[in-house]
Design a protein around this ligand. Structure first.
Ligand code: PLP
Length: 305
């Protein structure tokens, strides 16, 4: 399983400037991971890459994973499995759904993904040891990737983002869902650099999530402390919570598209980029080299009404 040529890595970068930023010597470089692939875009390829290599190393013929009805991760997994000749199976939250419930699930099915639609209660067991063992027994030829690619190998894949960045920078801004991407970034930057994380979920306990994921993935407490010390969290930019948006956010996204030809989704990257500009606009901070990681998400984001 190779990182096929159709994935545009290293992803390109793009400079972004506004008049008030120039005056304060603030520069933004956008790391365009959204351009890696039209479906397997943003952090999706980063989180899947090493998991797919593991599928091959273990001689498995399929992938089993988890997601919600509008999951970018399910779409990316279905596409990548289809193009690599692997079977794909998804445990989907919501037993009222079926594979025709929306365009994402329909598209996944077209790429050969099989589904099991489960109740919220059952879905809640997705990281439970016993539950996963039962699935392993049932789907012996499948390799299990946790929801959203949240795993040790997902974190390692996200570390590659920093190694692709040329030149010095002070901080990386990124949207936060499972925390996998921001953990990978924090592990690979240096002690003078920070990760400016923007959770898209309301009342999200970032420290607890990071602790849980990193311990589960086998990292020691020194690594956890390192990540937490480099992570600066901006928790006021969820715009109502996961999958929610406001008129202010929609107008901002429209403005970025019309005036800067920058496409942002309303679920992840739109919220994080809004946070970045808002934070600096309302501060006196000067002289910063800022990286914004565009994590993609434009397909699922386009379904948010
Ligand atoms: C488009 C997009 N951006 C950002 C994120 C957040 O990344 P993470 O879950 O690794 O924190 C996700 C969720 O995986 C996503 O789909």
């Amino acid at each position: 399983m190779q990182a096929s040529e159709s994935y545009k890595v290293p992803s390109p970068v793009q400079a972004f400037q506004l008049e008030w930023m120039k005056e304060r010597n603030l520069s933004i470089t956008i790391k365009r991971d959204d351009l890696i692939h039209n479906v397997v875009s943003g952090n999706k390829w980063r989180k899947l890459k090493f998991n797919l290599l593991q599928v091959k190393h273990l001689g498995k013929t399929g992938v089993l994973t988890f997601g919600g009805a509008y999951s970018n991760h399910l779409l990316a997994t279905a596409h990548v499995c289809h193009s690599h000749g692997l079977q794909s199976m998804a445990i989907v939250r919501g037993d009222e759904l079926n594979e025709k419930s929306n365009d994402i699930l329909r598209q996944c099915a077209e790429w050969g993904m099989k589904f099991r639609f489960v109740s919220r209660e059952e879905y809640h067991l997705k990281d439970d040891f016993e539950y996963k063992n039962e699935l392993k027994d049932e789907f012996r030829s499948h390799y299990i990737i946790p929801e959203g690619g949240k795993s040790y190998l997902g974190i390692i894949g996200c570390q590659e983002i920093v190694s692709e960045l040329e030149g010095d920078f002070d901080e990386i801004w990124v949207a936060q869902g499972t925390c996998t991407t921001s953990i990978g970034l924090a592990l690979s930057c240096n002690e003078n650099q920070t990760i400016q994380a923007v959770p898209v979920l309301k009342r999200f306990d970032v420290s607890k999530e990071i602790n849980d994921i990193m311990k589960f993935a086998g990292f020691d407490s020194e690594s956890v402390d390192q990540v937490l010390s480099r992570m600066n969290v901006h928790s006021d930019y969820h715009f109502g919570g996961y999958g929610k948006k406001t008129e202010e956010l929609s107008n901002f996204i429209l403005k970025m598209k019309e005036e800067h030809h920058l496409d942002l989704d309303p679920i992840y990257a739109g919220k994080a980029f809004f946070a970045l500009l808002n934070y600096y606009k309302n501060s006196n901070i000067e002289n910063r080299k800022i990286v914004f990681l565009h994590t993609g998400g434009l397909i699922a984001g386009s379904y948010l009404k």
